[in-house]
Design a protein around this ligand. Structure first.
Ligand code: ZN
Length: 312
């Protein structure tokens, strides 16, 4: 029997779509326009999935509709508990009804970081390691934890998932979550532009406008003083967060993902700084970049659907 899955990973700037049949996968990507919400995208997602299924030679109904969203999701359920400012209408749409009436398939909604770690655990950077943590550095910071082979969820879907909101700077910057000094508020895709604009150095800075995290790291590579300062600060924040996550969860492997880490030499510098501040008695975990790229969450959704099914 075919195990056809239609999966989507909703990022801030693009939606990654995949149709999976066992180990075979066809993928594409469409613009997210996340501020406009999810509803206007559903028709395009459906037609893309059908096109990708045809490329795999499949015309039958899928066994799974899997959606990875940048939101806290009810553990092992499909209810969206928080989404902040992206896809704000997602909680109001009856997605189960959409999956059933459009595709005749069951639905799984999962957090995007949980999905990505499950994918890396299945066939990527965490394969063979039943204790793994994931940190995705992008617009925000998404995290996920697998302990002793069990993906962590907690009673409210928050366990392992809110690493971006661990407070690494008491009395620090205000975060959109209501907290203060969260790692995300101190250095992430959404907070770095604000930090740059507030600096007196911005006037003489060569950072290309509009100021984005990508433009900051490009300017840092070219020697811009403000951009280099922000890069150093980012490495400090991310290393502190990662060391704290390692102390909390005792992983064998730490999987790092996210476009923001692509800047030249940034990952290596971050890894050295993170491992340099863990408890001296600890066995240092492997710290690796994700191996599956945009496929990770798509593969992970299929894996998490199987785990949910096996739990009844
Ligand atoms: Zn926060």
């Amino acid at each position: 029997m075919s195990k056809l899955s239609f999966c989507a990973d909703f990022g801030g700037t693009s939606i990654k779509l995949g149709v999976l049949d066992g180990d075979r996968i066809e993928q594409s990507e469409i613009d997210a326009e996340a501020q406009k919400g999810l509803r206007p995208k559903l028709g395009q997602i459906e037609s893309e999935w059908r096109r990708l299924a045809a490329m795999l030679g499949e015309s039958g109904p899928p066994n799974l509709i899997g959606l990875g969203l940048p939101s806290v999701i009810e553990p092992w359920g499909n209810r969206i508990l928080s989404g902040f400012n992206k896809y704000t209408d997602a909680g109001e749409i009856d997605l189960e009804e959409w999956a059933t009436s459009t595709f005749g398939a069951p639905l799984l909604i999962e957090n995007d970081a949980h999905s990505a770690l499950a994918g890396e655990w299945t066939s990527g950077a965490a394969k063979g390691h039943d204790n793994a943590i994931f940190l995705g550095f992008g617009t925000g910071i998404g995290t996920s934890v697998i302990s002793d082979g069990i993906p962590q969820r907690g009673p409210h879907g928050q366990a392992g998932n809110l690493g971006g909101h661990l407070q690494i700077n008491a009395g620090g910057r205000k975060c959109m979550c209501g907290g203060v000094g969260c790692a995300e508020a101190e250095a992430s895709g959404w907070s770095l532009p604000g930090l740059a604009e507030e600096s007196r150095l911005i006037e003489n800075s060569s950072i290309v406008r509009p100021v984005t995290a990508g433009n900051i790291f490009r300017a840092a590579a070219a020697g811009d003083a403000l951009a280099m300062q922000l890069r150093e600060r980012s490495v400090d924040v991310w290393a502190a967060l990662t060391a704290s996550m390692i102390h909390a969860h005792d992983p064998e492997v730490v999987v790092i993902s996210g476009g923001i880490m692509r800047a030249d030499g940034l990952f290596e510098q971050f890894r050295e700084r993170a491992l340099g501040q863990i408890w001296r008695g600890a066995v240092p975990p492997l710290v690796r970049k994700g191996a599956l790229g945009s496929k990770a969450a798509l593969i992970g959704l299929q894996r998490l659907a199987e785990i949910r099914q096996s739990r009844g």
